[in-house]
Design a protein around this ligand. Structure first.
Ligand SMILES: Cc1ncc(C[n+]2csc(CCOP(=O)(O)OP(=O)(O)O)c2C)c(N)n1
Ligand SMILES: [Mg+2]
Length: 325
């Protein structure tokens, strides 16, 4: 466990609240998807909550992030609206993409969330452009790319790290190494045990952190943000973590991972770890946790009710807001 951070208690509890919100949102998304109420594809972020929350806690509202196909956690960590997120999953007009994008296209430019992305590694190039924009704006903004271990084997990762390092772009590259790309283990797709080691090839810092320890993630992100804001250029942070659920929510989908491995990672639950740390510091008790849970569930029920009460897009709206086909 990382050292207790120099953070006000309410800020620490806010980090727990966001992590719990992500988990409860994902549990509901999974249940409703399997019940046939949610359309498209849903990739759950359960088990990885400390990465999105730890990194986003080190950012300002105006800093920009980009997500992946597993995007709900990044949205919530950056402050997205639960009603509009849930409505998008439900395919309703009130959703972020007016019900026509679904889970993998949620974006909210107002909070610097440039979007989820169904193309593995596709977001890395888009957000590197946002890093260039931040540099040209000259206001000290940073841009953050979240991507998986699988994406780190794809061309855009290498091309973008190279140009970002060369141009000293104010970027954070956050590898969420959950040990698998769908059913394929990381060990069978690259020879290095640490993705972070690749940073050396581009002349930038690369660090490995416990991705289930939100304070460790935050600490690494803070250092990288300081470096980026002061003109020092990009950093690569590899967060070792694990997804608890199968790659996507789908009935009957095989999960080829060993049960013992999944159970071992569940014992390293990032939320339980933070709860324990807050309790040990005397910053959280049963009553406080119950209140937090209740408030989150109320907000979530309201989001589902909002989604269910919203209309589906009309057939004649199918081509509205479509910029290219
Ligand atoms: C360019 C491209 N290739 C393949 C896919 C199919 N695909 C979707 S998710 C995924 C695995 C991605 O693994 P990783 O980057 O580690 O992210 P994780 O799912 O583990 O969060 C693959 C291969 C895709 N969406 N895009
Ligand atoms: Mg992965």
């Amino acid at each position: 466990m990382s050292l207790s951070p120099n953070l006000p208690p309410d800020k620490q509890r806010e980090m727990l609240r966001r992590m719990l919100t992500i988990r409860r949102f994902e549990e509901r998304a999974s249940t409703d998807y399997l019940a046939g109420k949610i359309y498209g594809v849903v990739h759950c972020y359960i088990g990885e909550e400390a990465v999105a929350v730890g990194v986003c806690s080190a950012l300002d509202r105006g800093d920009r992030i980009i997500s992946t196909h597993r995007g709900h956690g990044h949205c919530i960590a950056k402050g997205a609206d639960l009603n509009r997120m849930m409505a998008e999953l439900y395919g309703r007009q009130t959703g972020y993409c007016k019900g026509k994008g679904g889970s993998m296209h949620i974006a909210d430019f107002g909070i610097g969330m440039l979007g989820a992305n169904g193309i593995v590694a596709g977001g890395i190039a888009i957000v590197t452009g946002a890093g260039l924009a931040a540099q040209m704006e000259g206001k000290g903004g940073v841009a953050v790319s979240f991507f998986g271990d699988g994406a780190s084997n794809a061309g855009p990762f290498h091309e973008c790290l190279n140009i970002a390092a060369t141009w000293k772009l104010p970027m954070l590259y956050i590898c969420e190494n959950n040990l698998y790309a769908a059913q394929t283990s990381a060990a069978s797709t690259h020879a290095l045990s640490d993705v972070a080691a690749r940073a050396a090839g581009y002349g930038i810092p690369g660090v490995v952190v416990d991705g289930n320890d939100v304070f460790a993630v935050r600490q690494a992100a803070n250092a990288a943000v300081d470096r980026a804001r002061s003109g020092g250029g990009p950093s690569l942070i590899e967060c070792k973590t694990y997804r608890w659920r199968a790659h996507t929510e789908r009935r009957g989908q095989p999960d080829l991972r060993e049960a013992g491995e999944i159970e071992a990672w569940k014992r390293k639950d990032p939320i339980a770890l933070l709860e324990r740390q807050l309790r040990d510091q005397g910053e959280l008790d049963d009553a406080g946790l119950q209140t937090m849970e209740r408030e989150i569930m109320t907000a979530l029920e309201a989001a589902v009710a909002f989604a269910e009460a919203s209309p589906f897009p009309l057939p004649e709206q199918a081509t509205d807001d479509v910029f290219a086909a």
